[in-house]
Design a protein around this ligand. Structure first.
Ligand code: HPA
Length: 250
């Protein structure tokens, strides 16, 4: 092989998919099993495109438009890897995270949906990307607006409370700092989760669009938590809102 010839593209370090295997629009749950379930129940004609490290990805279509689903794994380092590789090497334009979160204020209940209009974080990520600047980690306004519209136009029978506001993307699931949660709540933070800030940072760096539509799976104040079965049904509302946002102006 001459110096000018490069090896054929056979995937990235973390994705075994071929060029074109991912659609430009991607749903991103944390859990690989949930990715498979979304592919089986929500996408038409889905086929598996990657399974490196058990992180499952599928491509099919939704309302006639090609759409993929790829698990992110847990935490900022994991979601950052997959989001970067999708935007940079697979031509992905939009990623909407569909995950779970723990509610902070009493006004947010288990099963509610939280659309993250901003992501605070204790991760170094917001400080290490642009020297001397604390980056604001925010979603694509177009996706945010489309998700808010989708939530408002849901059928009354399907409608539950949908909150739009900042979330806290934590680097430590078992963080035991009530005063920190109090301070975040006083500043309007709705819920804690572990990926949105990473996804928003990567999207802004890579020129892509991102959003997180979260289902409240547990309450950090009351200790209430959904069972595994309840999580599955509760999740469908967030999924519909996320998919409608992905399709905005396509
Ligand atoms: N903290 C962080 N991430 C989460 C939580 C939580 O309480 N619930 C679901 N994801």
């Amino acid at each position: 092989m001459s110096d000018h010839e490069s090896a054929p593209f056979t995937g990235t370090p973390h994705l075994a998919a071929a060029p074109g295997d991912f659609a430009p629009l991607v749903l991103m749950p944390g859990d690989p099993r949930r990715a498979r379930r979304i592919a089986e129940t929500f996408l038409a004609d889905a086929r598996q495109v990657t399974d490196v490290r058990g992180i499952l990805g599928y491509t099919g279509s939704h309302r006639g438009v090609p759409m993929s689903v790829l698990a992110s794994g847990m935490g900022i380092p994991s979601v950052s890897i997959y989001a970067t590789e999708l935007f940079r090497y697979y031509g992905v334009r939009r990623i909407v995270r569909v995950g779970t979160a723990g509610a902070l204020p009493e006004s947010v209940a288990v099963r509610d949906v939280v659309i993250a209009s901003a992501a605070h974080t204790d991760s170094s990520l917001s400080r290490i990307l642009v020297d001397g600047v604390t980056l604001s980690l925010a979603p694509s306004y177009r996706l945010l607006r489309a998700a808010a519209d989708a939530a408002e136009s849901e059928k009354p029978a399907d409608r539950g409370a949908v909150h739009i506001g900042p979330v806290f993307t934590s680097d430590h699931f078992y963080l035991d700092r009530p005063a920190l949660f109090d301070a975040l709540q006083r500043r309007g933070t709705l819920a804690a989760e572990m990926e949105a800030a990473g996804l928003y940072a990567v999207a802004s760096a890579e020129g892509g669009e991102a959003l997180a539509v979260l289902t409240v799976s547990d309450h950090l104040r009351t200790g209430e938590a959904l069972t595994a079965g309840q999580r599955e049904t509760g999740f469908d509302r967030a999924l519909r809102i996320a998919a409608t946002a992905l399709l905005a102006d396509v």
